[in-house]
Design a protein around this ligand. Structure first.
Ligand code: AMP
Length: 486
């Protein structure tokens, strides 16, 4: 049979989405508040952003490629986005070219009226369901996994809530969604609660956001987390909570605490900053170093380096200075540019480093590019010894639930033991926090292998949600077998 040629990046077998959502109901400045909220959530996705509003008569939308501040810089854009209800999205994707048609919120006209949807997470059966929908005649406008939700909603019956629940019962994977129509706003989290979603209030207006830092920027108050498996509808009558899914134990993503969330946010009921500091303390207990100074790899290594230095009784100094006008190193797609990105982003501070035995603290080693460059840079700046401490266990597995990680063949820890990794990055010593140490830092006694509290698949290969697209119907089990044999 002839191969069907498409512009669909699903064809390359990758799904990469890392995102933030924000929605507000009941405020006359809805679009401006969404833009501010998205700006505070910019760390979750820097590729593209969009806002959809409804003004009582019609919908308005604006989407663009780039940073929130640039896309919405023109005041006339926000002025045009009229209405008291609005949702927004920032997107991070690493496959193919950023395409405007993939920029969320997605919008569709259904039998029940117009509907916009913004999604953080990854659906793990999107390709399988999409194939089915396409063979039944659905015409997709984008290549994002999120669009399958809209198509299922379009072809089921009932109210918007009935249809959304019907759609979400058919999808697998991680999702925190903000959904809006002309007179409602909905926030919903998957039953495992893999990605965060919080509910806030500003006067009489209700807000959903990926993280609480988006409330702080607009002076809104945090009300509570949207619970795993909970669907909250906000409309003229107030807020109504639904629990349409069978109860399961939640598995919040532990990497949100390690790296992804912003340190000034409270996620999953815990201050991200405090959690990172406690991880640094555990790391120092597990892997002490006889050295002169603790230096964070900015920015993500900073809180854990503070904890590490305090626990070690060692001085803490800024031996690496970060240029704030460069995005995260991961964002650039090619290896070549990623190397360049690291050099553009960090510079060694000779005044702190020269002649010293330095402990560098970073949050993770993925491909090893950053660590290798940083160790070399610190040595070139005159360090006598360079020790590396990592505030996560080795990243041995890819994430399929919404954090961008490369395939296993590119993960340093999937292919080398710690001693080999040490040699590759050129450090005098290298150590990672243990998985039990990480759980201890989160206030638990260790990882309960039979029933872990978090999704830690990137460190353990224990994937809690089925990976249908990758491995067929029994994906989760097959993958854990793979992990065992690895
Ligand atoms: P690498 O250079 O490939 O080893 O990547 C490690 C660096 O990337 C660390 O300094 C992290 O702060 C950062 N990092 C880790 N995971 C991610 C991610 N999913 N997206 C963007 N940056 C990341």
């Amino acid at each position: 049979m002839q191969k069907v040629i498409t512009t669909n990046p699903y064809d390359d077998d990758h799904l990469h989405e890392e995102c933030a959502v924000f929605g507000i109901y009941g405020h006359s400045e809805a679009a401006a508040l969404v833009a501010l909220g998205l700006h505070a959530l910019q760390h979750r996705g820097q590729e593209a952003a969009g806002i959809v509003t409804h003004d009582g008569a019609q919908f308005h939308a604006h989407r663009g490629i780039g940073l929130v501040g640039d896309i919405f810089a023109d005041r006339t854009v926000i002025a045009r986005l009229k209405g008291n209800v609005a949702i927004g999205h920032t997107r991070y994707s690493t496959t193919g070219e950023p395409m405007l048609r993939n920029v969320q919120p997605l919008f569709a006209e259904l039998e029940i009226g117009g509907l916009a949807i913004a999604h953080n997470g990854n659906l793990t059966n999107a390709r399988t369901v999409r194939k089915e929908l396409v063979s039944n005649g659905c015409i997709f406008q984008s290549t994002t996994d999120t669009e399958i939700i809209i198509h299922i909603m379009a072809t089921t019956r009932g109210t918007v809530v009935d249809r959304l629940i019907a759609a979400l019962r058919q999808v697998e994977g991680a999702y925190s969604l903000a959904v809006m129509g002309q007179d409602y706003l909905i926030g919903v989290r998957d039953p495992y609660g893999v990605r965060p979603l919080v509910l806030g209030q500003l006067g009489d207006a209700y807000i959903f956001a990926s993280e609480t830092c988006a409330f702080d920027i607009i002076g809104a108050t945090y009300v509570r987390d949207v619970e795993p498996g909970e669907l909250i509808v906000v409309d003229a009558e107030g807020i109504h909570s639904h629990r349409p899914f069978p109860v399961t134990k939640s598995r919040f993503c532990i990497f949100e605490h390690i790296y992804f969330s912003k340190p000034d946010s409270i996620v999953d009921g815990t201050s991200v900053y405090e959690a990172r500091k406690r991880i640094g303390i555990e790391l120092a207990r597990e892997h002490p170093v006889d050295a002169d100074v603790t230096v964070p790899v900015p920015d993500s290594g900073v809180p854990s380096a503070i904890g590490f230095a305090a626990e070690s009784g060692m001085s803490y100094d800024l031996g690496i200075i970060r240029n704030h006008y460069v995005g995260r190193t991961f964002i650039e797609p090619s290896d070549e540019i990623r190397h360049l990105g690291v050099k553009l982003k960090h510079n060694a501070n000779r005044a702190v480093i020269q002649g010293k035995r330095v402990v560098l603290v970073d949050d993770s080693i993925v491909r090893g590019t950053t660590s290798r460059k940083i160790v070399e840079m610190v040595r070139n700046a005159g360090a006598r010894e360079v020790h590396m401490r990592i505030s996560s266990p080795p990243t041995t597995h890819s994430c399929f639930y919404g954090v961008d990680t490369p395939e296993r063949d590119q993960l340093l820890a999937a292919n080398h033991d710690v001693e080999e990794m040490r040699r590759i990055i050129g450090a005098d010593s290298l150590a990672f926090i243990s998985i039990d140490g990480l759980y201890r830092a989160m206030g638990l006694s260790g990882r309960n292998a039979a029933d872990p509290q978090y999704c830690d698949a990137c460190f353990t290969g224990d994937y809690p949600l089925r990976l249908t697209d990758r491995l067929g119907g029994n994906g989760a089990r097959q993958l854990s077998l793979l992990a065992e044999s690895a």
